[in-house]
Design a protein around this ligand. Sequence first.
Ligand SMILES: Cc1cc2nc3c(=O)[nH]c(=O)nc-3n(C[C@H](O)[C@H](O)[C@H](O)COP(=O)(O)OP(=O)(O)OC[C@H]3O[C@@H](n4cnc5c(N)ncnc54)[C@H](O)[C@@H]3O)c2cc1C
Length: 359
Amino acid sequence: MNARECDVLIVGLGPGGGAAAAAAAAAGLSVIAIERKREIGVPVQCAEFIPLPLSRHAMAPGVLAQRISGMTSVLPSGTAVDTPFSGLMVDRAAFDRELAGAAAAEGATVHAATSLVALDADAGMARLRGPAGESTLHYRVLIAADGPHSTVARLLGLPPLQTVNTRQYTVPLLQPFADTDIWLSPDYPGGYAWLFPKGDRANLGLGMDLEAGGDMKMLLDRLHRELVVEERVGADILTRTGGAIPVGGLRDPLLAGSVLFVGDAAGLTHPVTGAGIAAAVASGEAAAAAARSWISGDAAALETYAEDMVDQFGEALARAVRRRAELMRIRNTPAFVNDAAHRRSWIAFDEYYRAALST
Ligand SMILES: Cc1cc2nc3c(=O)[nH]c(=O)nc-3n(C[C@H](O)[C@H](O)[C@H](O)COP(=O)(O)OP(=O)(O)OC[C@H]3O[C@@H](n4cnc5c(N)ncnc54)[C@H](O)[C@@H]3O)c2cc1C
């Protein structure tokens, strides 16, 4: 098979695409994986927390930054509640680079600075633009791992996913600690603010629904100033980033012909917490396995992938969508400032997992 054809084309080399590329190549498929950024993983658009089951991807030198053991959730009244919360802080650029490197080591052809620009899905044909110009590639399965504003979805005429915006500063951390701090506030409708420690620095960020109003820069600067006054962080802003987070739940459909959506492109990110790395890796690996089975003759394998994703993630995502909607429904009422409403809408509290009162 020459370079103009492959079994699997993977668009996007974030965690979803990297995991898919490594798994598909390891399963013996010919894989071409493209990433439009010049350098995989850069710029980082992430708070860089991963749950413990992803530890195996954090073992390479330069990936693991520190361990996390708890979460402090600060309610609108100022009450702070500590809960256990285990995970790792990583260097996300190194994390993504390691996954892409593992894919290349398994035999995948990896192209950075290369974008998908056109698609004829019926013919299994993709038009790519890279440093050497444009080229056409024939594929059997396409894995769309191209993030919250998926180009593949747009080229297929599928609707965009609902997203919230985020803004994040990396700041010096003056007092090392091992908890993630979360602020729930009526000032951040449809989102929250966070401080995630990473050794001698921390990621201080804010995500919210801009349609509900609010000035993210002003709000993040205000929180930053408060933490400087408390002598928790330094006044310098070492890096600035941001990005979109899907908050509408699973894309429907997850499958279009022989195109499978994974990770953020599939809407697998948790609409309340914004966490999506673990789901991106899991769905990328599952999509690769489905591609392998389908190419080996299992005609139902791609549909089975979509069903498996619904089984695995559907209920948790649907609950998160409901909890967000419940909170947003009351945002113009006095109840919106009450701790009770925010406890019901945040994963650290038992109320979040209880059956809905009215829905
Ligand atoms: C500020 C912020 C903080 C976050 N913090 C966390 C966190 O702490 N923990 C967590 O679990 N999740 C976090 N998330 C969510 C997490 O980053 C995503 O869920 C995760 O990156 C999804 O991985 P993915 O591979 O699906 O997509 P992405 O990581 O978005 O990767 C998609 C890739 O596709 C590429 N691409 C797009 N279009 C094309 C094209 N046409 N051609 C070629 N390549 C293309 C993009 O350049 C990109 O590299 C955060 C998100 C944001 C915005």
